[in-house]
Design a protein around this ligand. Structure first.
Ligand SMILES: Nc1ncnc2c1ncn2[C@@H]1O[C@H](COP(=O)(O)OP(=O)(O)OP(=O)(O)O)[C@@H](O)[C@H]1O
Length: 694
């Protein structure tokens, strides 16, 4: 490699005590059982709760198959299907006593401008005119001068704080002074490409899989100055093509170090560092991470030389820290070592809702309806624990919520239905499709993206307003990275974690990491259904609106649940599809790391109740927790918290930017004429979409 720089890119303890439920003035006195959240009811039958969804429902489903869209005549003919009440026999919802977590606050931006840095005038004007940025973020203000001095640095700061430019600017500033200039057109990632606009002799390149090894080899031979690569792909070239030479490396950047290690790429990093060290001793090294774990500290030890530690999280680590740095620091309970910490943007408000298993699906649907139909320009990401779960909910919502809102009901604005837009992103999708979805969601003003952790890290999706974690993450770090997709670069954002009552202790576990979450009541989420008369019980369809109280909310939630159940039970195929999704949920549930098992244990799941959240009227007969557990060995969910075998296996499963991408069946990445490099967006955005299984 005739390169000068090389970058990896990736892409108070509180007890949960019982609480007395506080209802509105119309509500009965507080009782413990969740069923008492609302007035008691008898067993629901489909006939009784026949919804009056309008519009496209008929277009989508045959009336014979889909009872929710049947005519009145059909309703009369239909036998009354008994289905267990959503609001009976639910577990008690414990009262959450949230500990007060000390929060330090941080302003993302400084008042300092880029032009004060003494950079090349072309670089300044590119930052100002092309990137349209003028003020530096705090991490940029601290990192850029240090890196310009030629020091190695360990940089950590919160998600969405501008770490990419924190190393790209000094790197380009340093490389633009290079003597040997290679005549080759440029094509590369958004930021690098834009920064390099005035410096045509600096040639960036990317190795990320999805391309033929031969064409990458040819590109490497021509000479690249900035090589952005995934560890696996680079190792592949080091071992097989023997085409990379590191003797002239000036910069080595290890970006998203925590992510690389989480995925079990330590060995690849060792191979790369050995190869680079063998040819080149004198160079500048930078390691960037949103979290600082033991693994990151290990990597810093072996890759950095006398580094400056730059952190906006902790003033004591901060050599350049101006007064007024305010941040929420999060530390690990295991080590209570400040180094093992992450930060949460101050502009991010976090919520948790305790929702009994039976009510999970309707609660999620109500939340989505609230955001999409009754609020303006809301962009929501919903995280699930598996590809199957994403697919199931995506299709279910498309076929029920979307089709039912073809004609806006009274109470919603005329354009409300058009605001309901679903997208999904997971590792079982072809790379091209993932790229298209990413682009579409990026450019959308509104919408709901259902996804797995494939989107949890590194993705820079603008203006995301809400993050919903429908399935709890397997580590605090994963929690931080998921919520980090909103409230980026000083914007406001919110997150909602949905937990079962039996999982309430998880809030305390997060609190011990100084993660501050406020409670939002399930019934407050469900109350949106009273705004939408398409959830009125049919018998009340022609009645003028009557008092809206807990009873009304409960009935409308039951109508919505019956929409899901009717859809799922409209054919054998759909029932088995829902069962498979349920199975996938249990499998993922069985693979929480050991330390979280007391909170998330399959044995605490009530299968019949969980089945309801898949639109199933009963728990599948042949599905027991132990049966699923026996099968789970083959499909372990990654324990992202520990460096265990499962991570290595995950690494095998995932074909991502992190892997070599040389395996068969890799979707071709489009390359632009003349240069032949993938149209990657930035260091970690699109490449991350290469993850296969998550
Ligand atoms: N000085 C700045 N002014 C305005 N916008 C900026 C500035 N620096 C970065 N940005 C924008 O902020 C967004 C987040 O930046 P970036 O992706 O580098 O954050 P990050 O810290 O690497 O986040 P993560 O840890 O989640 O990957 C990007 O869209 C970037 O273009």
């Amino acid at each position: 490699m005739d390169g000068a720089a090389f970058s990896f890119g990736m892409g108070t303890q509180a007890k949960a005590t019982k609480r007395k439920y506080q209802t509105s003035s119309e509500a009965p006195p507080a009782k413990r059982r969740n069923e008492a959240l609302f007035l008691p009811t008898k067993k629901t039958c489909v006939k009784e709760t026949q919804m009056n969804f309008k519009g496209k429902a008929q277009k989508t489903f045959s009336p014979k198959k889909y009872s929710a869209s049947t005519s009145d005549r059909n309703q009369e003919e239909k036998p009354c299907i008994k289905t267990s009440s959503l609001f009976k026999n639910n577990p008690e919802i414990p009262e959450l006593h949230r500990p007060v977590v000390k929060q330090v606050q941080e302003k993302v931006f400084t008042s300092d401008a880029f032009h004060e840095l003494g950079l090349h005038p072309h670089l300044i004007s590119t930052i100002n005119m092309v990137l349209k940025m003028s003020s530096m973020t705090r991490v940029q203000k601290q990192s850029i001068p240090t890196l310009l001095e030629g020091r190695d640095a360990l940089v950590r700061s919160q998600t969405g704080s501008g770490k990419t430019l924190a190393y790209c600017i000094p790197m380009v500033q340093s490389l633009q002074a290079m003597k040997s200039k290679i005549q080759l057109a440029l094509q590369s990632f958004d930021i690098v490409q834009k920064l390099l606009k005035p410096f045509t002799w600096i040639v960036p390149g990317v190795l990320m899989g999805g391309e033929k090894r031969k064409s990458e080899k040819a590109r490497l031979r021509k000479g690249i100055n900035i090589l952005i690569s995934t560890p696996g792909r680079l190792v592949d070239h080091i071992k097989s093509t023997k085409n990379i030479h590191f003797s002239r490396i000036q910069w080595l950047v290890l970006d998203e170090a925590d992510r690389i290690l989480d995925l079990g790429f330590e060995k690849d990093l060792t191979v790369i560092l050995n190869a680079v060290n063998a040819e080149c001793q004198k160079r500048q090294n930078v390691l960037l991470s949103a979290t600082l774990t033991e693994g990151v500290a290990w990597l810093a030890d072996i890759s950095l030389h006398n580094p400056v530690s730059i952190s906006v999280l902790d003033e004591s680590h901060d050599q350049f820290n101006p007064k007024g740095t305010v941040i929420q620091e999060v530390s690990s309970p295991q080590t209570s070592d400040k180094r093992d910490s992450f930060a949460i943007p101050e502009s991010l408000t976090q919520y948790v809702a305790l929702v009994p298993s039976k009510l999970r699906l309707v609660t999620l649907a109500a939340f989505i309806l609230q955001k999409c139909k009754f609020e303006k320009d809301q962009k929501t990401i919903v995280f699930f624990s598996s590809c199957e779960l994403v697919e199931f909910h995506y299709n279910l919502f498309l076929e029920t919520l979307l089709s039912s809102t073809g004609a806006p009901a009274s109470g919603s604005s005329p354009s409300a239905s058009s605001r309901l837009k679903f997208l999904r992103l997971h590792g079982n999708m072809e790379q091209e499709e993932r790229t298209a979805v990413f682009q579409e969601f990026s450019h959308s003003k509104r919408g709901v993206l259902l996804c797995t952790d494939v989107a949890a890290r590194g993705l820079d999706l603008p203006h995301v307003t809400w993050i919903v974690q429908y399935n709890a993450p397997s580590s605090p770090a994963e929690y931080i990275h998921r919520i980090g997709r909103t409230a980026r670069i000083g914007c406001r954002g919110s997150s909602l974690l949905i937990l079962a009552p039996s999982e309430a202790e998880y809030v305390n576990s997060l609190a011990s990491h100084k993660i501050n979450i406020s409670e939002i009541k399930m019934e407050d989420i469900l109350s949106v259904l009273t705004k939408d008369d398409c959830f009125k019980r049919r018998q009340w369809e022609n009645q003028k609106s009557h008092a809206v109280g807990p009873q009304e909310i409960r009935e409308r939630a039951t109508v919505l649940q019956s929409v899901f159940e009717d859809y799922v039970h409209s054919s054998e195929r759909r029932v088995s599809w829902a069962k498979k999704a349920l199975q996938s949920f249990i499998r993922a549930y069985a693979t929480y790391p050991r330390e979280l098992k007391p909170i998330f244990h399959v044995r605490s799941l009530h299968l019949g109740h969980v089945a309801k959240s898949f639109g199933l009227r009963d728990a599948p007969q042949n599905l027991s927790v132990s049966a699923v557990k026996k099968r789970k060995a083959k499909l372990k969910r990654p324990d992202l918290h520990k460096r265990t075998e499962s991570k290595h296996r995950l690494a095998e499963i995932l074909r991502s930017e992190y892997s070599s991408g040389m395996e068969a069946g890799v979707a071709k990445v489009k390359s632009r004429a003349g240069v032949g490099r993938p149209a990657a967006r930035r260091r970690s955005a699109l490449p991350s979409l290469g993850l296969r299984k998550k």
